[in-house]
Design a protein around this ligand. Structure first.
Ligand code: SAH
Length: 354
């Protein structure tokens, strides 16, 4: 058991089982032992890798898409360029490099990063030193201004609660103790007003997930966009509606039981894009689009060919592999999805048109 595992067991022994959301929050963000608090989890030496870490093409195309949105909305003279969960700052660095040539874009951008991890903030500070980023803890502290935002693999890190259907009622899945060890259990069956619509598309025994922080954050983003203009690109793995248990733990690039190593494994859940779109009800949302189709429409093939012309040998081989990894349906191309939010009456972000 890890040090954090002992802390969680003591807490449960003292006050009873905790929700999966509480468990995820402890594991990811505990001030001393949390997974994100203590380390840089990205890249070959870490536990997982992400699209911007695979290839610069990802951030370049996202950057040009955001700049296009900004131009489509009249190129507002001061706007927030925002990213929640920026990881190592790689995506934002690629966005900023790719948009250097867009007249006025950099001069108008105020960079805001929402990052909970002190370890990753330090890395972002180095990566983005030339761009005067402002770090905020809470998305509610975003300026009241037009906002162009990207979130890649951020929403999957937010804590979910799980409910298993029992007749017309629901039992929350909890983390408790069995023989002194962490174990999943269930709370008493109870009605759940928020889950009433799910009685129509589930049967007894099915599990559904609710991500309250994800909804609240989507709503805050949408409120800025509705009031001041702007757009958001949300990229993550998941689907239109949550169904089933999608909680997963990744440690050293391998899956493991979510209760095995609290604080030492990355815990994520699939993103329920329908829930985000509903929470963002006062702006328009695009169709949910696969990452592969999105990147193809933005011209990744042409960009990949241009970069390939300068490469040879193993560098060329890994560039070709990276292109495939981002777009191929058997890799990240269809598991990962993109949704765009934009002010009502404005053009949808490029790559996400109907
Ligand atoms: N977007 C990056 C990193 C994804 S990892 C990339 O694509 O490479 C998830 C990121 O979200 C990390 O930076 C992590 O520290 C941050 N994060 C997780 N939970 C958070 C929370 N509740 N508030 C702010 N940031 C959070």
């Amino acid at each position: 058991m890890t040090p954090l595992g002992d802390i969680i067991r003591q807490r449960i022994a003292a006050t009873g089982p905790i929700s999966i959301a509480d468990y995820m929050t402890e594991c990811l963000l505990h001030p001393r032992y949390g997974y994100y608090t203590t380390r840089d989890p990205l890249g070959a030496a870490g536990d997982f890798t992400t699209a911007p870490e695979i290839s610069q093409m990802f951030g370049e195309l996202v950057g040009l898409a955001l700049a296009q949105c900004w131009q489509d909305q009249g190129a507002p003279g001061a706007f927030t360029l925002a990213e929640p969960g920026p990881g190592r700052g790689t995506l934002m660095a690629d966005i900023l490099r790719a948009t250097r040539g867009v007249p006025g874009f950099h001069a108008a951008a105020n960079l805001h990063l929402i990052e909970a991890s002190p370890a990753l903030r330090r890395i972002q500070q180095e990566t983005l030193a030339d761009h005067d980023p402002v770090w905020i803890d809470d998305i509610g502290a975003l300026p009241e201004a037009p906002m162009f935002l990207v979130a890649n693999e951020f929403f999957d890190a937010l804590p979910i609660r799980q409910f298993q259907r029992d007749g017309q009622h629901w039992r929350e899945r909890m983390v408790g103790l069995r023989d002194g060890q962490l174990a999943f259990g269930q709370d008493a069956a109870a009605p759940h007003a928020g889950l009433a619509p799910r009685l129509a598309d589930t049967k007894p025994g099915d599990i559904v997930e609710i991500n309250a922080p994800a909804r609240a954050i989507a709503e805050t983003i949408a409120n800025r966009i509705a009031r001041h203009g702007g757009a958001a690109l949300i990229i993550d793995y998941g689907d239109w509606r949550s169904q089933g248990d999608t909680l997963q733990a990744l440690c050293n690039h391998a899956f493991e039981h979510p209760l095995a190593h609290p604080g030492q494994a990355d815990l994520t859940a699939h993103v329920d894009f329908e829930a985000l779109a509903q929470a963002a009800g006062n702006v328009s949302h695009t169709r949910l689009t696969s990452q592969g189709a999105f990147l193809e429409r933005l011209g990744i093939t042409a960009r990949a060919q241009a970069l390939a012309a300068r490469l040879s040998g193993t560098a060329l081989q890994s560039h070709i592999a990276a292109h495939r990894r981002l777009t191929h349906p058997a890799e990240m191309g269809s598991l990962f999805k993109v949704i765009g939010l934009h002010r009502i009456g404005t053009a949808p972000p490029p790559g996400l048109e109907p």
